[in-house]
Design a binder for this molecule. Sequence first.
Ligand SMILES: [Zn+2]
Ligand SMILES: [Zn+2]
Length: 385
Amino acid sequence: MKVPPSRRFECSRCGYADYRMSAREIGSESPEHCLKCGALMRVADEGLPTDIERIVKEVAKRFEIEDFIATHERAEFEVFAPNVRKSFDSLLSVLRPRGYLVALRRGPDVLRLTVLRFSPVSRRSALISMLLFGLTVLSTFFAGVVFLFGNFLDAALFSIALMLILSAHELGHKMAAMEHGIDVSPPYFIPVPFFLGTLGAVMSIRSPPPSKDSLVEMGAAGPIAGFLVGLCMLLIGLAKSVPASAGEGIFFAPLAFVLLEFVFFGHPTSALRLHPLAFAGWVALFLTMFNLLPAGQLDGGHVARGLMSETRHYALTRSLGMALIMSGFVIPEFPFWVWGFLIFFVFRHYHPGALNEISSISRRTKWLVLTTAIVFVLSLPVPLR
Ligand SMILES: [Zn+2]
Ligand SMILES: [Zn+2]
């Protein structure tokens, strides 16, 4: 086992610092770039802090280290090993009890090993998450009985369908986060005693996404997963919906809903008594559209931030908020103006973005952005009357 020589690197422009494998002279300029702002870094000091040194030692026992960059939260290695699986499993078994996650990916011609510090989900936040889930099952059922359908069976169907859609959405985020070694909180569902019985769910990011690719993927995975399950509910639900008598029905619907009406009825119609599953799908697509607005820390905001700088994204957030508020004067029957106020007054800070702001997004991510844009358009509301 050999611990490679290492130095502390500092960015003279933004103050960001990390530890890298290097044997350069202290005080010299280096040809290495800052991960935050791209400026050149200075070699500031020798050696490693204890916590990082321990990790490097454990990795060096099992892998041949070609290169590494480390902070207290996260260390990225380029490695080789004769028996990758055995080395990886053994490293994980040592580091996990100390509060680290380990991920391994195949790079262009090396293996990339990521060691990430995570705060384990506390018993308390797990309990709160479960409690809120239970409450939201009840509140959506309650809303179904009292405000929407007036009977237990339809309310139960609505509640189950909506919870399935929202859970798929959260699971999408969670899986993307796990794939990229991003630490996220458990989902917190929001029960409300009125309206639909819920305002959806939230999940907070506890460690910054390493790359723009991972930021975009994490933002997009939730809405796409929720959209797909919502579409299934719409398919089943619309097949079971019946024409409504005069005065009943819906006055606007997401584009995908209207397109499906063509399939089922040959023409778009507002005079429809929606089956609970169709209504849950209608709600899901509506929430998807809101979530995909490219503003602030909304899911669409993460995607947009992966594509642009923090100042541009901030300008976009502010002007979109303002535009939505103004839409209240033109189309007050759509609640866009409510969201406009939310966006304008909640997102008043820059989106922090990814750790690596330099590398551009991959081809795969570009396709994902396109898919997300299609989902957004299919979820946009269309007036039916
Ligand atoms: Zn910098
Ligand atoms: Zn989401």
